[in-house]
Write a protein that binds this ligand. Structure first.
Ligand code: HAM
Length: 421
């Protein structure tokens, strides 16, 4: 026998009923995003590699280690998107969306690809819902995007989420902070991991995001951006915090939060939950005031966030959160004998015309075996149609939870259709 084929490492087959859960999460996101006026954008799953190198940053793990990059038949370097922001901004610039509206609010839902070490909640293909608000510079927009995320998780029934907040300043104050960081890390350089020794020159902020235990200890007492903020950045951050308090959103300032992507300025945030182990971020984002310009557009401020559907689904399951019925269970028609079997399809059509989902066991075995099937799919009702019923123009309806069974005339559906809804 030839070897069994399996899905690539780090990917998921989303099977029923999980697929309904994933759709429910995505639909909840769509509903909440619409409440804030976000409209959907769909961008390609692959982009020119340069977009991510320029957009996300060469020294990030995402770009330096995790990208699925390949040459196409014309030797162009393409990359499966590792995140959604760069593509959305590329499309915003390419289609001059800024000329249509001064503030563009876009959202996306789709797969992202990162060559990471797979573990629970960390996949090589994951699905992100994300929002990008382009053209807004005020701190009110920062607070509202966090409010949006909290509304999204709240609607899903997720409690005990933790919003971690920080600011990364801007081009005025961050260079001073970088110098302070380098001064601090210089003394510890030999004790940093080889990756961080490289990051030290090019991008010392990345050291704050290092997962190695040795580096984490050194980072524990490093200088923090909050002490280096210029007045406007400080004011921006204070306003964000004060609006979050007005909105009754619980947050903790974490001065070491830098996020894993290089484009951020000002506010950054991450939303964490318990029960996901090390992969406890169900979403994160922040402001990125220079990305549009860095990708060739005008100088336009922007902000956004992304959230992984798989991590949210895991959290809903771990926390045993009760969800609404995700798929309506179909009623079942058990038919025996050729005239009844043929009639069952006409009946099924009629039921579906009334938006009642219907299933049949196309093998049309004994009533006993058809009932077994109805049980397996947890059908709430079984409609029984045999020669006898056809002859008399009736239908027998069995309520599967009460066991009650009653006969109705086939010609007066108004009497029995409402029972099945
Ligand atoms: P990110 O923090 O890299 O940000 O990813 C956003 C979310 O996607 C994470 O919080 C997590 O829930 C999920 N996620 C990321 N990587 C994986 C993975 N390997 N497996 C499962 N889930 C994962 C961004 O991607 C930014 N583009 C967010 C953003 C939008 N910032 C501004 N606008």
């Amino acid at each position: 026998m030839s070897q069994k084929l399996t899905a690539p490492r780090g990917t998921l087959d989303v099977l029923p009923p999980d697929s309904a859960l994933y759709n429910f999460i995505a639909q909840t996101a769509r509903d909440v995003f619409a409440q804030y006026g976000f409209l959907e954008i769909q961008t390609p799953i692959f982009e020119h590699t340069e977009l991510f190198v320029r957009g996300v940053g060469e020294t990030t793990d995402v770009v330096s280690k995790e990208m699925y990059t390949f040459l196409d038949k014309k030797e162009r370097s393409l990359t499966l998107r590792p995140e959604g922001t760069a593509g959305a901004i590329r499309a915003y610039i390419e289609h001059n969306l800024g000329s249509a509206l001064p503030i563009q609010k876009l959202f996306y839902i789709g797969p992202m690809f990162r060559y990471e070490r797979p573990q629970a909640g960390r996949l090589r293909q994951h699905t992100q819902v994300g929002c990008e608000c382009i053209g807004a510079s005020t701190p009110q927009a920062d607070a509202e995007i966090i409010d949006l995320f909290c509304r999204f998780t709240g609607k899903l029934g997720l409690q005990n989420i933790k919003v971690m907040l920080n600011t990364l300043g801007d081009n005025d104050c961050r260079p001073k902070y970088k110098t302070a960081l380098q001064d601090y890390f210089r003394e510890n350089l030999p004790n940093l991991c080889p990756d961080c020794q490289q990051r030290f020159e090019k991008n010392p902020l990345r050291i704050l995001d290092c997962k190695s235990e040795g580096c984490k200890t050194i980072v524990g007492s490093c200088p923090v951006m909050l002490d280096y903020l210029c007045e406007p950045c400080k004011e921006h951050f204070e306003t964000v915090k004060s609006i979050l308090s007005d909105l009754k959103i619980n947050y903790d300032v974490n001065p070491l939060l830098v996020r894993g992507l290089d484009y951020y300025t000002h506010t950054v945030f991450e939303v964490q939950v318990s029960g996901l182990g090390a992969q406890n971020a169900i979403g994160g984002g922040g402001r990125y005031n220079h990305l549009v310009e860095e990708l060739g557009g005008a100088s336009v401020p922007a902000l956004g966030f992304g959230s992984g559907i798989e991590r949210i689904a895991l959290t809903l399951k771990n926390h045993q959160i009760e969800l609404p019925e995700l798929t309506k269970k179909p009623v079942f028609i058990a038919a025996l004998g050729t005239p009844a079997i043929n009639q069952s399809l006409v009946l099924a059509q009629e039921l579906r015309n009334h938006n009642i989902p219907v299933m049949l066991d196309y093998r049309f075995g004994s009533f006993k075996s058809q009932f077994k099937y109805a049980d397996k799919i947890s059908a709430p009702f079984v409609l029984i149609l045999g020669d006898n019923e056809i002859e008399r123009g009736v239908i027998m309806i069995k309520n599967m939870s009460s066991g009650e069974q009653k006969e109705y005339s086939l010609s007066t559906p108004a009497e029995w259709l409402p029972i099945l809804k």
